[in-house]
Design a protein around this ligand. Structure first.
Ligand code: IVH
Length: 675
């Protein structure tokens, strides 16, 4: 038996590997996926199962390596065959013009030198070694001569090819060392930090630290969960690419399956490089990752060779750094904001100052302890910093600028919004307002309830919520769902049309997943991530409401603090009342399992040709059960044409109208049916 199964299993394993390899490349490198995440996950799962059933077919470059491997005891030290050098820095146009002049002088030429410019990402430099087309070693830069072997960790990064493109069929370059920057993008960074906050873990100070911390995990399954990415920018030892410039090398690396930053420009003059610097400066705030400057490299290889390197850095390259995103300004005042959980956050109002292209007029001071630690006083001159997306903060006080006129700030003993007493829990940095009906808290809770990750009520913005609460029209989030058009129309600047839009948005929001619903409640420590974990284990609110802290803490990813907080929430009478009120106003909470049923809600389908696993009328029924519609002819409003064997003229019509054409397998996937 075994004999006939094995070749079949190997064949299946190989097919799956090849497919996953390709889809990985399409997704991470080309940013152009052809299949859904769910379909990818299913293939990966199937491959993992086959590999564990047939361990003899395991392979280090299988896509399953992306989920991480057994933990290491320590990182081994490995040598870089070609040292990983650093870069010289320039800080002004004249530094860069000097660099260009120096190069011409060293090369003894008057001709214009051509350059490649690349954004300088603020991450971690990594070397990848490919032997016979397979990734065999990945290491950190270390001191430039020796780094740490972090191969299992790097294999988890989607944009790092485990096999060079076309390795399956074609040439396998015997040796190739590729270098680049591993980083975490802004969105990934924010998500990661939110997850950490949910889990009561300290957040990372910036994306660079998050990337470094994620790469230096002995357990690569932890790394696999971190949103690491990689752009490559050069080579160490390499086979002969048969090209003459750095720009061409990057193009060749791209063909081999590496991700190259799309902002790279090649074959440009120094003047064009300076223009590109301005362009990068402008684009900087809009980029999905942090950059701290631009790298300018002499394009031509023979020039690079002639120029050589000092012990520290190549003479043919320079980093043109952006101006530091720190500026000095004055603290005009310190005000206190009250958040959703009653936390008082001191905020410095600053003399507006331009920090890295953005005007900053406020900076968070976090809490009382931070103010004391940094000794920030009203009237002080301070350094403010903006890092990536995060709220600007005060780094430190310039003490030499003190005049003696500064005043010390004290955390208020009463809430600046409702006047109730404030308190500090022992062991916590936060000062809180004791009054849970404090309008500031109420407003923030309602804003949270209506926000994107929660009920996502379009048009229910801050201003509207402030008005509704201030006028006494609502006093808790439980009142939102029951809002009437008349109530809304009593507000200033609210026409009948906008009132109606909001009522419709509320109606639409009433069908909500358990995860979003839980998140909307604003339970302390229950962010989106934790809500997801809880929702996947408790299938309804009643069973959750009756859970003990132990029940909750037994879930992976939920600590005792989170468990305690959730249980306390459901034990409070007023919260139970609010829950009942929400449910009574017709909210329908559905569970992830049910969502699959509604997977094609409101989508319209047309069927053509013979399907394999069902008749057309069965397909129609299935689509309708999942919330979709089936019509007889293709029009512009058709979402999908499902094509079976020997399709009719509907196929041409769909092509003409640009209607998406799917096959039976894709239909089943949309309907979330696994054969
Ligand atoms: S080239 C021989 N290109 O900057 C040239 N480096 O200060 C060595 N970096 O350790 C590096 N983006 O981590 C180069 N496009 C880029 C880069 C880049 C970021 C980092 C790299 C290096 C440091 C040098």
């Amino acid at each position: 038996m075994q004999n006939s199964i094995e070749p079949a299993a190997l064949k299946k394993i190989e097919t799956l590997r090849k497919k996953l390899h390709r889809h990985n490349y399409l997704y991470y490198v080309l940013d152009n996926p052809e299949i859904s995440d769910a379909a990818y996950d299913r293939m990966m799962k199937e491959l993992m199962e086959l590999e564990s059933a047939f361990p003899e077919f395991k392979s280090p470059d299988s896509p399953t390596a992306r989920v991480g491997a057994l933990p290491l005891d320590k990182f081994e030290s490995v040598a870089h065959f070609v040292p990983m050098l650093s870069l010289d820095n320039g800080f002004s146009d004249s530094d860069i013009i000097d660099f260009d002049r120096r190069i011409k002088k060293l090369l003894n030429t008057e001709d214009a030198i051509l350059y490649t410019v690349e954004p300088k990402l603020d991450g971690i430099a990594v070397e990848l070694v490919y032997e016979d087309g397979r990734l065999t070693l990945a290491s950190t830069r270390g001191d430039g001569f020796r780094g740490e072997r972090i191969t299992p960790n790097v294999k988890t990064i989607g944009s790092v090819p485990l096999l060079l493109q076309d390795t399956y069929e074609q040439t396998r370059p015997p040796l190739l060392e590729v270098r680049g920057e591993v980083f975490i993008g802004r969105q990934g960074f924010n998500r990661l930090n939110n997850q950490r906050l949910d889990q009561d873990l300290p957040p990372f100070a910036n994306a660079r630290n998050a990337a470094a911390g994620s790469l230096r995990q002995l357990d690569s399954t932890v790394t696999a969960k971190r949103p690491l990415e990689m752009f490559v920018y050069g080579v160490g030892r390499a086979f002969d690419f048969g090209v003459e410039s750095h720009g061409e090398i990057l193009a060749a690396l791209k063909r081999l399956g590496f991700r190259i930053n799309p902002l790279v420009r090649s074959g440009i003059t120094i003047k064009e490089a300076l223009d590109t610097y301005r362009e990068f400066e402008e684009k900087r705030p809009l980029l999905p990752y942090d950059i701290d400057g631009m790298v300018i490299k002499v394009d031509n290889f023979s020039y690079q060779q002639l120029l050589g390197a000092t012990s520290r850095s190549p003479r043919w390259a320079i980093a043109y750094k952006f101006k530091a995103e720190q500026e000095t300004t004055r603290v005009l005042n310190i005000e206190v904001q009250v958040g959703r959980t009653g936390t008082l956050t001191p905020v410095a109002h600053l003399d507006p100052v331009n920090v890295g292209g953005v005007t900053v007029s406020r900076a968070t001071l976090h809490n009382e302890d931070e103010i004391i630690r940094k000794d920030i006083r009203v009237g002080d001159t301070v350094f403010v910093q903006r890092a990536g997306d995060v709220i600007p903060e005060v780094v430190k006080v310039v003490e030499s600028k003190r005049t003696g006129q500064e005043t010390i700030f004290n955390m208020p003993k009463t809430c600046p919004v409702c006047g109730a007493d404030t308190f500090r829990v022992k062991g916590e940095a936060a000062t809180r307002c004791i009054n849970i009906t404090c309008p500031a808290q109420v407003k923030e809770r309602i804003k949270h309830f209506a926000s994107k990750g929660a009920f996502d009520i379009e048009g229910m913005g801050d201003k509207l919520i402030n008005q509704l609460v201030d006028k006494g029209l609502i006093s808790s989030y439980a009142d939102i769902i029951g809002l009437s058009k008349d109530t809304l129309q009593a507000l200033e600047r609210m026409g009948p049309k906008s009132g109606e839009n909001i009522i419709n948005a509320i109606k639409k929001s009433k069908r909500i997943t358990f995860k979003r619903f839980l998140y909307a409640l604003g339970i302390r420590h229950v962010g989106e991530h934790v809500a997801g974990i809880i929702a996947s284990r408790f299938k309804n609110i009643d069973s959750l409401a009756d859970a003990t802290p132990e029940d909750l803490a037994s879930l992976e990813g939920i600590g005792p603090v989170v468990a305690e907080s959730a249980v306390r929430f459901f034990r409070q009478d007023e919260n139970r009342k609010a829950l009942n009120k929400i449910m009574d106003s017709g909210v329908h909470v559905y569970f992830e399992g049910e969502k699959k049923q509604g997977a094609v809600s409101d989508k319209s389908f047309v069927l053509t040709g013979a399907l394999e696993s069902m008749t057309r009328s069965q397909a129609k029924k299935m689509i309708e059960t999942a919330g979709g519609r089936v019509t007889g002819s293709v029009s512009r409003s058709t979402d999908y044409l499902v094509v079976g064997a020997s399709p009719g003229s509907k196929l041409d019509q769909a092509k003409k109208l640009g209607v998406e054409i799917i096959d039976e397998a894709a239909l089943l996937m949309y309907l979330k049916i696994q054969r």
